[in-house]
Write a new protein. Structure first.
Length: 486
């Protein structure tokens, strides 16, 4: 059985030192507040123990850092609407960086054996290539490169080894699923609050500042919950809804099955009120691979017929017009849909412009960097309508090929390992993750969701579990065998 290093308890020496250090900091801040009559130091006296406590806990045990990160990814974007001047979203990067540094401090020679997995080497190669983009003669600014590498590479090269070392047991895998499902329910409740009772003061300010352009269509609000936008929220809910639905067919108690089914329906409704058109494909592709991996080709035929009926319902009938969010999804399937035509045109223009530039033109020309540094750049107002197009734009066709090779490798290895699983419990969980994962990949062809939070980090974690499913299977089978014997 694989165990994570040093996760049974916190290091008492670090805790004792940390508590003493916190008291010293609090005393110093209170003294400054009294002497200067400035409430700012009083606020710091309240916040400092929290921040320092988090730092101490993470450095005492990286396991708690990765758990904190997994919980924080669901609310970090939403919090920026309430405290934008403090850029609270940077806290997510801060937590991940601290956890990574803590891993480096705690790592032992034996731990390198656990890191010796293909998915880790893929992350290393991709990050190495991303860093090499600095030698691109068309490249300009280092700060732009660092920011983008953080999004497309550093998240992977930090998360993947952390999961391999600290979330590698049956209990950890189940904890990951529980966190994913719990936060999806919470954020969907918040999304329904936005639709039924309206947005609050801070959310409305965000909409008024420009968010309304893509989130208020024909006077109807697209729910975005605590996420960066409605597409990210809808796609994440589609992924979780699909996972819960597949698990509701698994070898569990009736209460657990019914609970998972209800959560699946609830989060699916969350996906609907987001009006996210691309998220529909997560279900279509996910179910296709569920029927294949479940080794039941009769249900595969049934599933294909059912999927065609749903597509026919959305594309060729007017019943969906009764609900705006469903109507928004249905119109995306029309060949003459204005949004689809804009997306296709943007992709064509970008590919045409970069066809003789294998390493692209420099990251600083894209998105916020292009607006800030090069207002007249070709890509300043040309949005990336796809996660893969974004990779192509930022790292060139060479980068896109490397990226696709890594994704395809994970899909092939994951398919073979999931197909051979012996544990019935793990098999359903991995089929659910695999179907949802490949659904997100296909959806990312039409929507920039793979490289955003929280779905991006979730996908990197799924990549680890899919490529190490055979190792988890050993523990699952051992416990199932022991339970039968008892």
């Amino acid at each position: 059985m694989i165990t994570r290093p040093q996760t049974k308890h916190l290091n008492p020496n670090i805790i004792n030192f940390g508590v003493g250090f916190i008291f010293i900091i609090i005393g110093a801040l209170l003294a400054l507040m009294i002497s200067s009559d400035d409430s700012f130091y009083g606020a710091l006296a309240i916040l400092a123990p929290i921040v320092l406590g988090v730092i101490i806990i993470i450095f005492s045990n990286p396991y708690y850092g990765i758990l904190l990160y997994l919980n924080y990814i669901f609310i970090s974007n939403g919090l920026t609407r309430y405290v934008p001047e403090n850029n609270i979203g940077l806290g997510l990067n801060f937590i991940l960086l601290l956890t990574t540094l803590s891993m480096v401090v705690h790592i032992k020679w034996d731990d390198f054996k656990k890191l010796s997995q293909s998915v880790f080497y893929i992350a290393i190669i991709w990050t190495f290539y991303s860093v090499l983009l600095v030698v691109n003669p068309l490249f300009g600014r280092v700060d732009s490169l660092i920011y983008t590498i953080k999004v497309i590479s550093l998240y992977a090269v930090q998360l993947i080894p952390l999961v391999l070392l600290y979330l590698n047991t049956k209990k950890d895998f189940n904890t990951f699923l529980k966190i994913l499902i719990a936060w999806s329910v919470i954020t969907t409740i918040w999304a329904f609050k936005q639709i039924i009772f309206g947005t609050d003061f801070y959310e409305q300010n965000w909409l008024d500042a420009g968010g309304y352009i893509s989130h208020v269509l024909n006077g109807q609000l697209r729910a975005f919950s605590t996420f960066s936008d409605a597409n990210q929220y809808g796609s994440t809910m589609a992924f979780v809804s699909f996972v819960c639905l597949i698990l509701s067919f698994g070898p569990y108690t009736k209460i657990k099955k019914y609970t998972l089914f209800v959560i699946s329906i609830f989060t699916f409704l969350g996906c609907i009120i987001s009006g996210s058109s691309a998220s529909l494909y997560i279900y279509i592709i996910g179910f296709l691979f569920f029927f294949i991996l479940n080794k039941n080709f009769k249900t595969l035929i049934f599933g294909l017929i059912f999927g065609l009926i749903i597509l026919f319902f959305l594309k060729f009938t007017n019943i969906s017009n009764m609900n705006y969010q469903v109507f928004n999804i249905a119109t995306s399937l029309a060949q003459n849909d204005a949004s689809l035509m804009v997306h296709s045109n943007n992709q064509y223009l970008a590919i045409k412009y970069l066809e003789n530039k294998p390493f692209s033109i420099g990251i600083e020309n894209f998105q916020m960097f292009g607006i800030k540094n090069y207002s007249g750049s070709f890509f300043t107002n040309l949005t990336s309508e796809s996660s893969f197009l974004s990779i192509r734009n930022q790292s060139g066709i060479v980068g896109l090929i490397l990226h696709l090779i890594g994704i395809i490798y994970v899909l092939l290895v994951g398919f073979m390992k999931v197909f051979r699983l012996k544990s019935n419990d793990l098999r359903y969980k991995m089929i659910a993750i695999y179907g949802g994962f490949i659904g997100v990949i296909v959806t990312s062809l039409a929507s920039p969701i793979f490289d955003q939070t929280p779905l991006g980090p979730i996908m990197f974690i799924c990549m680890v579990y899919l490529t190490t499913a055979d190792i988890l299977d050993i523990e699952f089978v051992a416990e199932e065998t022991e339970a039968k014997e008892i």
